[in-house]
Design a protein around this ligand. Structure first.
Ligand code: PNS
Length: 164
């Protein structure tokens, strides 16, 4: 039984994340989407409970996928939940540079956890939560970039966001 963890800020979850969740969910017996609880005030648009609620809503029909929040080091969280695989999505070389460093450091911190990479589908390779928030802030349509649960939350936060 392989338990994998897909960690991230998910602020908010977008279609690229969902693509990785669906594909990783087919590979591993159990997949936990682990939402980072960043205690730094203002670090995220949505607080951890809101981000978890969005992910839960989106993945509720995907078998073998669960959602959790974590704080502190990912390496420690992996130990705590007895998971052995870290899943990361790669969009571009720029992601790779950051992820390579994190993979080596995480392996040093927890040699039982192996990092694996899934290449983001090309149709979502240009999508990031940062850009989604930026576009939504100015009221433009992001309905093709995020799942409905995330869109609803963005609409609550940004009055006048286009319906799509
Ligand atoms: O979606 P993000 O913001 O790119 O995700 C980054 C995340 C949450 C995977 C990364 O920041 C992380 O693992 N944070 C937990 C703290 C930690 O373990 N830091 C050391 C990594 S080597």
């Amino acid at each position: 039984m392989v338990h994998a963890v897909y960690p991230g800020s998910f602020d908010p979850l977008h279609n690229g994340h969902l693509d990785i969740i669906r594909r990783a969910g087919k590979i591993y017996d159990r997949l936990t989407v682990a939402v980072l609880h960043n205690p730094l005030k203002g670090a995220n648009l949505f607080d951890v409970d809101e981000r978890v609620a969005i992910v839960r809503d989106v993945v509720k029909h995907i078998k073998g996928v669960e959602v959790d929040a974590f704080g502190g080091l990912l390496a420690d969280y992996m130990r705590r939940v007895k998971a052995t695989v870290i899943v990361k999505g790669l969009r571009a070389i720029s992601d790779f540079e950051v992820e390579l460093q994190m993979a080596h450091l995480n392996r040093q911190l927890n040699p039982s956890a192996e990092t694996t990479f899934i290449m983001t589908a090309t149709r979502w390779s240009y999508v990031s939560s940062t850009r989604v928030k930026e576009i939504a802030k100015y009221g433009a349509d992001v309905s093709k970039l995020v799942p409905p649960a995330a869109l609803r939350k963005l609409r609550e936060r940004f009055d006048g966001l286009q319906a799509g």
